[in-house]
Design a protein around this ligand. Structure first.
Ligand SMILES: Cc1cc2nc3c(=O)[nH]c(=O)nc-3n(C[C@H](O)[C@H](O)[C@H](O)COP(=O)(O)OP(=O)(O)OC[C@H]3O[C@@H](n4cnc5c(N)ncnc54)[C@H](O)[C@@H]3O)c2cc1C
Length: 434
């Protein structure tokens, strides 16, 4: 029996493993193996809400082992450490993270087709001190650290021992005004208000909590629709979030950000949301890469130079035949690529002809605090120009996550899971209070 190994169970990899398990694994037409370093999956576009305390990861994550048992694939928890492309064998370290990798914890898995779906990590652009002193939103633990540091800063600055107005100020700087940065800023303003409402801190949630988004490009949401950026800017201004465009951060220290040549900003918390590069592991595999370390793939998502290795999602550099530029690092892209491989991989295994991947851009939705969102929707011709705002846009944004829940759980379980999420929101304070 042929073996398909998928490494990375994120937005792309988990969907692929489930659908291939149902299509091939169940009938024993192929062995499907998913490898992930984590035992559970959390949909990455929720991470800014984890950082804001409005989403509790334990309520929203799903176990890979459970999904594997239900959907006829095998799950191996471990970190991909190497790929022998000549013998078609991967090596996975199955020890706990941080443990020394001895021979006993190394696990070899042979493959006929290998799919890399290991996602991306934060891009620091070599800015001095950024990796050491800024927090990043590329993992659940990173998002939880943002949440905990914000709580600590709000609590400590509202102690009576800090009477001077300036000493009471909490300064949050978010570097990068892409979707991640602006969504986070909006959610953090809501968190500062809610924590004040519940008496967790005694600061003025607007005047004593300064939230700034700094962007090197001339506009926020660079690369996205200009009308969308203008609408999001207005919403951020209504929330008293300072937006600085054309501002390049050149270094980060434990207490300061340096802008340009020598403008110094005092900060309590810096979140780096300025870009994404492929997981560094991809660069060690000897594949063709772009400047972001993403594996370059052809029209059928096969890596250039090795037809047995596919790459999808944030770790892939893909320019489909119907799109003029490289696809962005977005869940929408990861999802469509996974669905494409569900059809294409069985055909590759039986050497049948395969059509190229075609990408459809449905537009962009930016979720903001208070159950609001702003979106630009793609028209049939592919250009944007239709805007949605407010609760309707928020419902559309929410529907994307619900579709993810539906496609990994089936409709009966998805209904129960969604009810449990709704109950958690209804019973809770809207944000974590500790
Ligand atoms: C805060 C935030 C908000 C976002 N909002 C949106 C949005 O609104 N809309 C949108 O379209 N996109 C959004 N994105 C982008 C979107 O989340 C990503 O594009 C998408 O998750 C990429 O999917 P992926 O499967 O490639 O990678 P991921 O979802 O990152 O999954 C990668 C998986 O690989 C595993 N892995 C990594 N390295 C290894 C290894 N060496 N061995 C084993 N396993 C490994 C990881 O544990 C993880 O499970 C957002 C991202 C962030 C951070």
């Amino acid at each position: 029996m042929k073996t398909i190994v998928i490494v990375g169970g994120g937005a792309a990899g988990l969907q692929l493993a489930i659908d291939l398990g149902r299509a091939l694994g169940r009938k024993k037409r192929a062995r499907v193996v998913l490898v992930d370093r984590s035992p559970t999956h959390l949909w990455k576009p929720l991470l800014h809400e984890v950082a804001a305390g409005s989403v509790e990861p334990t309520v929203h994550h799903t176990s890979f082992a459970l999904q594997a048992e239900r959907n006829h694939f095998e799950f191996v928890q471990g970190e991909l450490v190497s790929v022998d492309r000549t013998s078609r064998v991967i090596t996975v370290a199955t020890g706990s993270a941080g443990e020394t990798t001895d021979a006993d914890s190394l696990h070899a898995i042979g493959y006929d087709k290998l799919v890399l779906a290991v996602g991306g990590v934060t891009q620091y652009f070599g800015v001095a001190g950024a990796r050491e002193h800024a927090l990043a939103l590329d993992s659940v633990s990173g998002a939880e650290l943002v949440r905990d540091r914000l709580h600590a800063a709000l609590r400590s600055k509202s102690l009576p021992a800090t009477p001077q107005a300036d000493a009471r100020k909490v300064r949050v700087a978010i570097v990068g005004a892409g979707a991640t940065g602006v969504q986070l800023a909006s959610q953090l303003r809501r968190t500062s208000r809610l924590l004040n409402q519940y008496g967790v801190h005694r600061l003025d949630p607007v005047h004593d909590v300064d939230i700034a988004v700094l962007e090197a490009a001339p506009t926020i949401l660079p690369g996205m629709d200009g009308g969308l950026a203008a609408r999001v800017s207005r919403r951020l201004a209504q929330q008293h979030i300072r937006v600085g465009t054309g501002q390049r951060v050149t270094s980060v220290t434990p207490d300061d950000l340096v802008l340009g040549a020598n403008e110094r900003l005092n900060v309590d918390l810096v979140v780096w949301a300025a870009g994404v590069v492929a997981s560094p592991l991809v660069a060690t595999l000897g594949l063709a890469l772009n400047e972001k370390g993403q594996a370059r793939v052809g029209p059928t998502l096969q890596s250039l130079g090795d037809d047995d290795v596919f790459a999808i999602g944030d770790c892939a550099s893909c320019r489909p035949t119907n799109v003029a530029r490289e696809l962005p690092t977005r869940a929408q892209v990861a999802f469509q690529q996974a669905l494409y491989l569900v059809e294409a991989l069985p055909r590759h295994l039986s050497s049948r002809p395969v059509l190229p991947f075609v990408y459809r851009d449905y537009g962009s939705l930016i979720s903001l605090a208070g159950g609001r969102a702003v979106g630009s929707l793609a028209t049939v011709k592919g250009s944007s120009g239709w805007y949605v705002e407010g609760k309707i846009a928020a419902l559309m944004h929410h529907a994307i996550y619900r579709r993810h829940i539906l496609s990994i759980n089936g409709w009966r379980r998805a209904l129960i899971v969604s009810l449990s999420h709704g109950l958690e929101r209804w019973l809770g304070a809207g944000t974590r209070l500790h």
